[in-house]
Write a protein that binds this ligand. Structure first.
Ligand code: ATP
Ligand code: ZN
Ligand code: MG
Length: 302
């Protein structure tokens, strides 16, 4: 039995995660949620004085915005769409017969106007663009959402439905790159406060296909994405628990985000993988929160 399976088994046995029969789709116990809430309060403490505008979107987004985002060009393998039965009574009879004999009953489902949100910040850009120009001082937003990615895995740190807390900054190049650097420093400081050893490294997204290789190389070469890594299921391959992304003016151009002087806004986003951070804490300090070091409990619960 490999190490990953063991940690997942221990999480199931302790009740912290609840098996649903699908890899990467888990229920969470009250204790697990309490750790996430406490960590989110720590995020608030570090970021609260910045005056970000909070917004919360549900875990589904407008399909038209999703299409415009280009997600299907870059990550078709990860996307999840919402389909529904839209047929007649006769179609319904066919559907039930299909289910009865174990045939594929989903093939006649129709796409709805909703797709599952792939990253917390996706619904934000069109929302802000609709408001008109941004002030020269830029925009700062605080989001949190369940996100879906079709990447079933036995690694408890790779889930299909997980929460991402994000800060998103829009403004001049200098403004948003300063924002990203500030959160890299804060990320290291926050993890230290809860007793976790971290490393920061450049990263790239898993862009699909051969053309995607070039996008990934470009992202790496230009230092557009950094990750804060913490060993959870492997020391050799630590897990990304935060990511720090600089989009240059790509999203500004795509969505029509302008500053008051008419220039295209640059954007950056900083994401916390909330389940991953909770798992890192349970992995390092044990499955019994009561037995965590006093310093860590103090940082989380005061
Ligand atoms: P990875 O390289 O591990 O696949 P990622 O680069 O795809 O991570 P991002 O797209 O930057 O991750 O998402 C922001 C954060 O969301 C990540 O830093 C991570 O903490 C979290 N995250 C991403 N994918 C998952 C997942 N499948 N399960 C749980 N958390 C995730
Ligand atoms: Zn983002
Ligand atoms: Mg990924």
């Amino acid at each position: 039995m490999d190490v990953q399976t063991t940690f997942l088994d221990r999480l199931f046995e302790s009740g912290l995660l609840i098996d649903t029969g699908v890899d990467g789709l888990y229920g969470r116990s009250g204790q697990f949620e309490d750790v996430i809430s406490a960590f989110e309060r720590l995020i608030d403490k570090f970021g609260g004085a910045d005056g970000a505008e909070a917004m919360r979107f549900p875990p589904g987004m407008n399909r038209a915005f999703f299409e415009k985002s280009g997600y299907m060009k870059s990550f078709p393998q990860l996307a999840g769409t919402v389909h529904s039965f839209c047929g007649s009574e006769l179609d319904h009879i066919g559907l039930l017969q299909c289910m009865e004999v174990g045939d594929d009953w989903t093939k006649d489902q129709q796409a709805t106007d909703i797709v599952l949100t792939p990253a917390a910040c996706y619904p934000l850009y069109p929302t802000v663009a609709r408001r008109g120009k941004l002030p020269m001082s830029g925009g700062l937003f605080d989001l949190q959402s369940y996100c879906f990615r079709h990447e079933p895995s036995q690694d408890p740190a790779r889930q299909q439905l997980f929460r991402m807390r994000e800060y998103i900054c829009m403004g001049t190049e200098q403004h948003v790159t300063d924002f990203r650097q500030r959160w890299m420093d804060r990320g290291v400081e926050m993890m230290k406060a809860v007793g976790l050893d971290v490393a920061i490294d450049v990263a790239n997204d898993p862009f699909f296909g051969r053309a995607g290789k070039m996008l990934a190389n470009n992202q790496r070469d230009q230092n557009l994405k950094f990750e804060l890594l913490i060993p959870i299921t492997s020391v050799a391959k630590p897990t990304a628990c935060m990511s720090f992304n600089y989009h240059q003016d790509a999203f500004g151009t795509k969505w029509g985000l302008y500053l008051e002087d008419g220039s295209v806004a640059h954007t950056a986003c900083v994401g916390f993988g909330l389940e991953r951070i909770a798992l890192a804490l349970f992995h390092h300090h044990g499955l019994e929160v009561k037995q965590w070091p006093a310093k860590v409990r103090q940082a989380l619960w005061g």
